[in-house]
Each structure stands twice: as C-alpha cells, then as structure tokens.
Design a protein around this ligand. Structure first.
Ligand SMILES: [Zn+2]
Length: 359
C-alpha cells in the first residue's frame, strides 16, 4: 500500500493505464530505485548456517532441506515467503545462496514426491485462448533465436515436458522429426490425438526406447526448468541425449527480473509448483557443470510487444525495451545452450552472440 501511495506521489496518474508488468520498465528512474532496493534487501537479510536455518522451519511430509545445488554452499539467506494470495492454500520459503546468488525454495520438494504437487488438473490447459497465447510465445522465442528453428529439415527434436503437445504441433509443422515426453498420462494422450506426425510418450527419457536412443539435434524445455528438483542430473542426461552439434532451448522465469526486485514475494515467477529460480549467471553454472560448451541469451520484452499488438504508446515501448536491455533481460529468460564446438561453429557468426562456457 505504501508503495502505491509513493508511486502516486512520484508519478501522478500518468502511468495508471500501463499494466503492472510493464510499469516498472517505463516509469522514469524506477529501474535505478528498484536495483538499489534489491541491493539493500540482500545486504540486510541475515546469512545463517543450514543448521541455524533448519531450526527456523518445520519440514513438511514431502519436503527436504537443501544446500545450493549450483555451488555447494550450505549457508542460507532467507528472502521471500510467496503465498499465492489469500485462499490459495500454499506457502513456501525462498532462500538466496550468499556465495553464487542462486534462488531456491528451501525446504524443497523431495523428487519422489513431486507427483503430490501435480495431484489434480494439470492437463486441462487446452482452452482456445490459452493455447493460442502459448503458441505465440513459442513462435516469438524461435524467432528470437533465428535461424536455429527456422526450418525443421527432418532434424530430431525432443520436447521435454511436452504437455498437451502445443509446441510439438508447431515443430511438426516446421518439418522437425519431433518427439515429446511428459509425466502426465492424460496430457500424453491428448497430445497424441492432436498431433499427426510427432509422438509423445509417458515417462522419463531413459524409460522410453525411442527417446533413450538420443541423437537429438534439439531439446526444448518450455517452462520446465523451474520445476526440476535435480537439475544437474537432468542436464547431464539432456547433454548425453544430444547429437554432436546439438542445442538445447530453455524458457524460464528470470530471477534477475526487475519485477522480482519490485514485487518480492508477490512476483509472478513464484508459482505453486516452481522449485528453483535461475538468472543468466546461475543458468551458466548449470550448463557449464553439465558439459555444455556455449550459451546465447535473447531478451524478453513481453509477448504483446514482440508480436506488435501492445497497447503501450510507442515512446513508452521504446523506453521499456531500453530498460529491459539495461537491467535484467526481462521477466522471462530465454536461453540457447550449445552442446559442443561443433554446435558453436554451426550457429555462431550469424545473428546470435554465443558466449563460451568453462567448466
Ligand atoms: Zn550457490
């Protein structure tokens, strides 16, 4: 409330019609204020040993305590307590690693109890508008990484966490030899009804012979990374499933987002089933430790802005783009990881800026 009042005082009603998700990027000076606020929060939050931290929390039946999976640091810096709002019935704690800055839920969910999080209704996302918005997002992201996804040319593609097949549908239209895996049997069934050439399978990649055979030219993870309780093991697996010259695409919420710095526990990336929150720095660590050779990022300006359908005034759109580029890269992070030197050689030198990773 105090924040709203201060906003009113500083900016009047000039930005009232700008949606919340865009406001922090278009109000003059706000970026610097939010960055300062974030630095202040980090400096002020206590740093404690895991033992001290354990004493503060009660452990739920499906939960476990973790150290930082990116760097091994066991000390904890408690930062946020997202709740999803009144009546939503969930609440968890987010800590920051004081060594590498990784944000993660602690206590976290034990991998063997992940199913409890998805107990009901995870596959009924097929309604028209939802599907159209999702597919627009996939198209815009493929465009941002052009030319990698421009033409399928029968290249082998694996969509990990393929849901009801919304991305696989686009992939088969572009001529990819596309496969999916998912942990919801209902979703797999719906996907296979939707698709004509592409096929999805229920289970983990190693349990499905068609997937375990590997040799994929592309692997895609659409809004999956934040849900993985054992990311290092999963990415080691993904790396081994890629053919020489292969690439892996990630779309996930961006833990460096100016919106996170502004809204804290109320940030849109803190959803019920998210377990870990990556920035461009921590995703590099994950990729380097699991054997990837290079990485490229594409800023996310927001789907309506990139699709040209935004209601935002042109001058404010310009300011938003500038502030996204200067601060954090946007509320979503879009990452393309390159398996080896062959992949870097194949896609480097074009419009993509590829950074080499060192284990
Ligand atoms: Zn760490």
């Amino acid at each position: 409330m105090a924040y709203r009042w201060l906003g009113r005082l500083a900016y009047g009603s000039r930005y009232d019609r700008v949606p919340w998700g865009q406001r922090v990027y278009v109000r003059p000076g706000e970026r610097l204020v939010r960055e300062a606020q974030w630095q202040w929060l980090i400096r002020r939050a206590p740093v404690m040993t895991l033992e001290e931290y354990r004493k503060l929390r009660t452990l739920g039946e499906i939960e476990e305590f973790l150290s930082c999976m990116m760097c091994g640091e066991s000390r904890q810096q408690p930062l946020f307590v997202p709740t999803g709002g009144t009546g939503k019935g969930w609440r968890y704690h987010v800590v920051r690693c004081p060594s590498c800055g990784f944000l993660y839920r602690n206590p976290n969910v034990r991998p063997e109890r992940l199913g409890d999080l998805y107990a009901s209704g995870y596959s009924n996302f097929l309604s028209g508008k939802y599907a159209a918005n999702r597919q627009r997002r996939y198209d815009l992201t493929m465009k941002a990484f052009s030319p990698v996804f421009d033409e399928g040319k029968e290249r082998r593609l694996l969509d990990f966490g393929s849901g009801v097949g919304l991305f696989l549908e686009l992939a088969e239209q572009r001529g990819f030899d596309a496969y999916g895996v998912d942990l919801s049997p209902e979703s797999v069934e719906q996907a296979n009804q939707r698709l004509s050439r592409a096929r999805t399978y229920f289970g983990a990649p190693e349990d499905v012979p068609e997937i375990a055979a590997g040799r994929f030219d592309l692997i895609t993870l659409w809004s999956v990374l934040a849900h993985l309780p054992r990311p290092l093991e999963d990415f080691t697996k993904f790396r081994s499933l890629l053919a020489p010259g292969g690439v892996l695409l990630i779309l996930t919420v961006n833990a460096q987002s100016l919106l996170l710095k502004a809204y804290g526990s109320k940030w849109s990336g803190f959803t019920k089933n998210h377990l870990m929150f990556y920035s461009s720095k921590t995703v590099r660590t994950l990729l380097a430790r699991t054997g990837f050779a290079g990485v490229a990022f594409a800023h996310h300006y927001g789907d309506t802005i990139e699709a040209g359908t935004t209601a935002l005034r042109p001058d404010l759109t310009k300011r938003l783009r500038r502030n996204v580029a200067r601060s954090d890269g946007g509320n979503m992070m879009r990452v393309l990881a390159f398996a080896d030197e062959e992949a870097i050689g194949r896609w480097g030198g074009g419009p993509l800026t590829i950074h080499r990773l060192h284990a």
